[in-house]
Design a protein around this ligand. Structure first.
Ligand code: AKB
Length: 343
């Protein structure tokens, strides 16, 4: 039986999944999409995919059936518990974020072996892999490079850092003592900053204060920000996040000198974001009540990241700086979204 080529997207119902499915489904050169998520795929996305599967990433039998049914060309493994959820349920997070990823990596390697061509495994990691020891170091560190300050203080950060290493290991070193080392995997990883989408509100993350603040203002709701005004981390507009995933997936293998790349759009404090929001929505009510736990997490994340490695190897350039993110992407789309829902 010939197996049809597909692109597999796990965690397809999430924020990145929405943007990625919309983008990939319009690309003639990309095979059809099979979407995988714990919940039934959002109805608006269903016409854009070949099939959607409801299931658990820990269900090995389901993963194996995908490998039997389709020729999997590329996997975008988006399924994960984000940092705040992972802190509430650390053992579950370890299972999903580590064990789920390991099972999918193994399935990808079986797939690569049977089709005699490595499967591209595109993996979003996060600035949560960083752990700066204190605010003074954070302020002095500037833009942090891939190999610096890798002491995560969250379960999610530990999960992401370890799975980055596993992807590198399985791609480059797996079965290194055998006469026929494995060639089944082509693991490529991006470290995302806080992503901000005009169309979806995130849940379970610790960088969520920025999108929550913007969406609340557009809905005319007061917002209490759970970090201090001076809290700075890097962010990125969702269209840039999708572009970064696509560009990394499409980069010729020989141009990649690493398996892990920082990417960023712009760095901003909570107060800078609030100022932009209040200029657009003059009635926005934003106050601050730092939550000790979540503030502590964001304080360990880099204020900025150095993405020169991605710029050099695969010509990464964000299209959206802070002004364009708010003026051209967030405000018009968010206004339209909530005007429509309020009519
Ligand atoms: C989170 O807050 O957990 C995510 C992330 C920065 O990876 N948005």
């Amino acid at each position: 039986m010939t197996r049809e080529p597909i692109v597999l997207i796990t965690g397809a119902n999430g924020e990145v999944g929405h943007g990625l499915i919309k983008y990939l489904s319009q690309q003639a050169h990309v095979p059809e999409i099979v979407a995988f998520d714990l919940k039934p795929l959002d109805e608006a996305l269903r016409p854009l995919v070949k099939r959607y599967l409801v299931g658990d990433i820990l269900d090995n039998a389901l993963l194996e059936s995908l490998h039997q049914d389709y020729e999997i060309d590329t996997i975008y493994h988006l399924a994960a518990l984000l940092s705040t959820s992972a802190e509430k349920f650390p053992e579950l997070a370890h299972n999903v974020n580590v064990q789920g990823t390991v099972q999918l990596l193994h399935m990808a390697m079986r797939e690569g072996k049977s089709r005699q061509k490595a499967v591209k495994f595109i993996y979003p990691s996060s600035i949560a892999v960083y752990g700066l020891p204190d605010l003074q170091t954070k302020a002095q560190a500037g833009a942090v490079a891939e190999n610096d300050y890798l002491f995560p203080t969250t379960m999610y950060g530990c999960n992401k850092l370890y799975t980055e290493h596993l992807g590198r290991y399985y791609t480059n070193h797996y079965q290194q003592l055998s006469d026929m080392p494995s060639v089944g995997l082509d693991f490529r990883c991006l470290r995302f900053p806080g992503l901000i989408s005009a169309f979806t509100v995130p849940s379970g993350g610790t960088s969520d204060y920025a999108p929550e603040m913007i969406h609340a203002a557009a809905k005319g709701e007061a917002y209490t920000c759970f970090v201090r005004e001076d809290t700075a981390i890097p962010f990125m507009a969702m269209p840039d996040g999708i572009q970064a995933l696509i560009q990394l997936a499409e980069a010729p293998r020989e141009t990649l000198n690493s398996q892990v790349y920082n990417v960023t759009g712009f760095s901003a404090t909570a107060a800078e974001i609030a100022t932009l929001v209040q200029a657009e929505f003059p009635n926005a009510q934003i106050s601050y009540e730092a939550s000790a736990g979540r503030q502590g997490i964001v304080d360990t994340w880099a204020a900025d990241v150095d993405d020169s490695r991605a710029r050099k190897d695969w010509h990464w350039r964000p299209a959206y700086d802070i002004q364009r993110t708010f003026a051209d992407y967030l405000f018009p789309n968010i206004r339209e979204r909530y005007t429509e829902t309020m009519l």
